[in-house]
Design a protein around this ligand. Structure first.
Ligand SMILES: Nc1ncnc2c1ncn2[C@@H]1O[C@H](COP(=O)(O)OP(=O)(O)O)[C@@H](O)[C@H]1O
Ligand SMILES: [Mg+2]
Length: 282
């Protein structure tokens, strides 16, 4: 079943001279882990804003076509209603954290929803445990490291128990190891709780292994949409300037030299496996 569906979605910001999104038609199924990527300015953030109604309700502007989120048409439902279903983690966690303690930040959205005290306490404890930041409970968010703040931002959204989590470059301030840890947390939420994930990320070497659906955008349009192995294996993807995983690049180089492989590798483990297979052929 589709959790997010857009049809002919075209959008221009009030101050915009050109369309930020142009005829975007995509379907995201329940439980999928989607990686959304493409060059800077191609419309990734704008598309994420459509998923929770910030576009058009907060930003204004002209939205044509349809966006359905868990069956709700964003034209007809408020940001407040959509927030129950879709949690958005912004690129810069500082913009999302403002309370005096981590615990209060994580509880904030629940207070707004009018969740009863007992239930709120349970959900905050659970969100802190799940993101592995229970020990930071009393700390002030602005004192924390970038990675810790990212976890607090994820916990705040998680406490709302959304069906869909949309994470807009949530690790852009982290080193590869820190990013990897955050992706592991997101992956567990997806696999163990069945939360649908839309992750905007350009570091595909790190993120591709978790994806079961990849969408590549350029200049407001969807250029490629499908399974990771199909998309990354295409020469066209690399020519679009997308930093495909190094393992997949290796596959392309080998194919070009006439070495044919049984599958398109995405992770370094898969590349190693395939190289062993090639070496054993002689
Ligand atoms: N708040 C805004 N007002 C006007 N134009 C915007 C705003 N946010 C983004 N844009 C424009 O919309 C287009 C898509 O931007 P964005 O969605 O931020 O791309 P990405 O996230 O892929 O870098 C760009 O041309 C950008 O300048
Ligand atoms: Mg962006």
């Amino acid at each position: 079943m589709a959790v997010i569906e857009t049809k002919g979605l075209t959008y221009t910001y009030p101050s915009g001279t050109k369309r930020a999104l142009e005829d975007v038609s995509i379907t995201i199924e329940r439980g999928e882990f989607v990686v959304l990527t493409g060059p800077s300015g191609c419309g990734k953030t704008t598309l994420c804003r459509c998923f929770n109604g910030l576009v058009p309700h907060f930003y204004g502007g002209k939205l044509e076509g349809n966006v359905l989120v868990t069956g709700l048409n964003v034209h007809e439902h408020s940001i407040y209603e959509l927030a129950r279903h879709v949690g958005l983690v912004f690129q810069n966690p500082e913009n999302q954290l403002f309370a005096l303690s981590v615990e209060k930040d994580v509880a904030f959205g629940l207070e707004n929803l009018g969740v009863p005290r007992d239930e709120m306490k349970k959900r905050v404890d659970w969100a802190l445990q799940t993101t592995d930041i229970e020990d930071l409970r009393e700390r002030a968010p602005h004192e924390l490291s970038g990675g810790q703040q990212q976890r607090v931002a994820i916990a705040s959204v998680l406490a709302m128990q959304p069906n869909v989590m949309v994470l807009d470059e949530p690790t852009s301030f982290l080193d590869p190891l820190g990013a990897q840890r955050i992706f592991e947390v997101i992956n567990e939420l997806n696999k163990n709780l069945g939360i649908t994930v839309v992750l905007v990320e350009h570091r595909l070497d790190l993120a591709a292994r978790y994806a079961d659906h990849v969408i590549i955008m350029d200049e407001g349009r969807v250029m490629l949409d499908g399974k990771p192995r199909e998309i990354f294996g295409l020469e066209k993807t690399r020519l679009m300037g997308i930093g495909i995983p190094k393992s997949t690049r290796l596959y392309q180089v080998l194919e070009k030299s006439g070495v044919h492989l049984s599958k398109v590798p995405i992770t370094s483990e898969e590349a190693t496996q395939i190289l062993k297979e090639v070496l054993n052929r002689d």
